[in-house]
Design a protein around this ligand. Structure first.
Ligand code: UD1
Ligand code: MG
Length: 432
C-alpha cells in the first residue's frame, strides 16, 4: 500500500520496565518487540521510519541486523520529550501516516487494515477496558473523538472513562504538519503529547473517528508484567501456526517456540519443551522437557530432558535423557543417556554409552573431538580433546582417553586391575 507512510515511536526510556535496556529491545518470542512491529509494517508500507533517541545506537544496530530498508529519525528528547516531541522531525513521503507506538509487539498487518478502511482526518485505535489504568482515556461524543486525556492529567470523571487510546493513529499528512508544531508541554509530565493533536484538530472541525480494536493485537507493553502477558499471546500464535501446518504438540500451552524456529515434514513436540533461535526441526520428535537452541534436528528423536545447545546438527540420531550436545555434528548416532558431547563430530553407526564425557576445555581453550564410524564408546569414558577416534574402535567402559588419537579397529582400555581384599568389609564396619 503505497499511499501510507508508517512511523514507529521507539525513542522513549520505558522507565516502567525498570531495566537498563531500552524498552523496545526487550524480547518477545526471541526477537525484540520492535522487530515484530517493523516486520508487520513492511507488509503494508514501503516508507517505514523509526523514531529513536534513548539508546539509539543499540536500537539502530538491532534493527539493521534484520532489515535494510528502514529510515531512522532522531528525536530531540531533551528539548521535546514525549510522543508529540517524537514526531517533530518526521517528514513522511505519503499522503497518509500511520503512527505506531513501539511497544505494541502484538500488532499484525491484518489488524492495521481497519485504518485504511476508515475515512477521516484522523483515525485512532481505541479499546474498552474494565481496568483502563495506565492508558490515555478517550472522550467520544456522537461517534467522534473529542479529546484524549492521559491518566496523569485526568480528573475523576475522566479516569472513569473505559474507552482507552490503544496507541495507533492514522493521520492525513497535512494534519500532522499543521498541529505537531503547535503542541505544548503544559501537562503533568511536562511532555509534548501526540494525543493533544486530537483536541486541536477537533476544535478546528476536523473529523476524528475511533476505530474499535481488540487488546489481543493492540496491547501496549509498559512493564515486565505486560511483557509476560504479551508473550503468552505471541506464543499461542506461533504454536497455532505450526500446529495448523501439521506439527503435533502435547499440552501446547507448556511449549515455548521462538519466532525464528522452523518445522518441516512430520514433527511432534511433547510438553515443556523450549526451542529457540533459528532452529530447524525436520521429521523428528522432541520429547518432553527438552531444550533445543539454534540447532538443526533431522530424522531424529531427542529427549526427554535433553539439551541441544547452539550450532549443533543432529541427523538420523537418537538422543536420550540427560544428554547435552554443544556445537557438535552427530549423524546416525545413538547417545541414549547422561552424556556431554561438545565441539565434536560423531559419525554413523557410533554408540555413545551412558556417562560419556568429551573433555573439551582445559580451562583456557576449547578443543575438538572427532569420532569415526561404528565406534563403541563404553559407559563412563572420558574423551580428552583434542582427540580423533578412527572408525571401528572400541573404548572400554571407564576409560580415560588421553592419547590424541585412537587407531582404526583397536580397543582402548585404561583401567587399574581389580583387587579383592578378603574380609575387609567386616574389618571396617565390624560384624553385624
Ligand atoms: C501512550 C499514549 C496513551 C496510550 C498509550 C497506549 C501519549 C501521550 N500517550 O502512553 O494515550 O493510551 O500510549 O499504549 O502518547 N516514545 C518516544 N519518545 C518519547 C516518549 C515515548 O518515541 O519521548 C515512544 C516510546 O518508545 C513508546 C511510545 O512512544 O514506544 C509510547 O510511549 P509510552 O511512554 O509507552 O506512552 P504511554 O504512557 O504508554
Ligand atoms: Mg506505552
Amino acid at each position: 500500500m503505497n499511499n501510507i507512510s508508517i512511523v514507529i515511536l521507539a525513542a522513549g526510556k520505558g522507565s516502567r520496565m525498570k531495566s537498563n535496556k531500552a524498552k523496545v529491545l526487550h524480547n518477545i518470542s526471541g526477537k525484540p518487540m520492535l522487530y515484530h512491529i517493523v516486520k508487520e509494517s513492511l507488509h503494508i508500507s514501503d516508507d517505514v521510519s523509526i523514531v529513536v533517541a534513548h539508546q539509539k545506537d543499540a536500537v539502530i544496530a538491532e534493527i539493521k541486523k534484520h532489515f535494510s530498508n528502514i529510515n531512522f529519525i532522531e528525536q530531540d528528547d531533551i528539548n521535546f520529550p514525549g510522543t508529540g516531541g517524537a514526531m517533530k522531525n518526521v517528514t513522511p513521503k505519503n499522503s497518509h501516516v500511520l503512527v505506531l507506538n513501539g511497544d505494541m509487539p502484538l500488532i499484525t498487518a491484518e489488524a492495521l487494515q481497519g485504518f485504511q478502511d476508515t475515512r477521516a482526518d484522523i483515525v485512532l485505535s481505541i479499546f474498552d477496558l474494565k481496568d483502563p489504568s495506565g492508558y490515555g482515556r478517550v472522550k467520544i461524543e456522537k461517534d467522534e473523538v473529542s479529546y484524549i486525556v492521559e491518566q496523569k492529567d485526568a480528573n475523576v470523571y475522566e479516569l472513569a472513562i473505559t474507552h482507552v487510546n490503544a496507541g495507533i493513529y492514522s493521520f492525513k499528512k497535512e494534519v500532522l504538519e499543521k498541529y505537531i508544531p503547535l503542541l505544548n508541554n503544559n501537562n503533568a509530565q511536562n511532555e509534548y503529547y501526540l494525543t493533544d493533536v486530537i483536541k486541536m484538530a477537533k476544535d478546528d472541525g476536523l473529523v476524528i473517528k475511533p476505530l474499535l480494536v481488540d487488546e489481543e493485537h493492540f496491547k501496549g507493553v509498559n512493564s515486565k508484567v505486560d511483557l509476560a502477558s504479551a508473550e503468552v499471546i505471541m506464543q499461542e500464535r506461533i504454536r497455532n501456526r505450526w500446529m495448523t501446518n501439521g506439527v503435533i504438540m502435547n499440552l501446547p500451552h507448556t511449549i515455548y517456540i521462538e519466532e525464528g524456529v522452523k518445522f518441516e515434514g512430520e514433527c511432534s513436540v511433547e510438553n515443556n519443551c523450549r526451542i529457540t533461535g533459528n532452529s530447524v526441526i525436520k521429521n523428528s520428535i522432541v520429547k518432553s522437557s527438552s531444550v533445543i537452541e539454534d540447532s538443526t534436528i533431522i530424522d531424529s528423536d531427542v529427549g526427554p530432558l535433553a539439551h541441544i545447545r547452539p550450532a549443533s546438527h543432529v541427523e538420523g540420531t537418537h538422543i536420550g535423557n540427560f544428554v547435552e550436545v554443544k556445537k557438535s555434528t552427530l549423524k546416525g548416532v545413538k547417545a541414549g543417556h547422561l552424556s556431554y558431547i561438545g565441539d565434536s563430530e560423531v559419525d554413523e553407526g557410533t554408540n555413545i554409552g551412558a556417562g560419556v564425557i568429551t573433555c573439551n576445555y582445559d580451562g583456557v581453550k576449547k578443543y575438538k573431538t572427532k569420532i569415526g564410524k561404528n565406534v563403541f564408546v563404553g559407559s563412563d569414558s572420558q574423551l580428552v580433546a583434542p582427540l580423533e577416534i578412527e572408525d571401528d574402535v572400541m573404548i572400554a567402559a571407564g576409560t580415560t582417553v588421553t592419547s590424541g588419537k585412537v587407531p582404526k579397529g583397536s580397543l582402548a582400555i585404561s583401567r587399574t586391575k581389580i583387587r579383592f581384599l578378603e574380609g575387609f568389609y567386616y574389618k571396617f564396619f565390624g560384624k553385624k
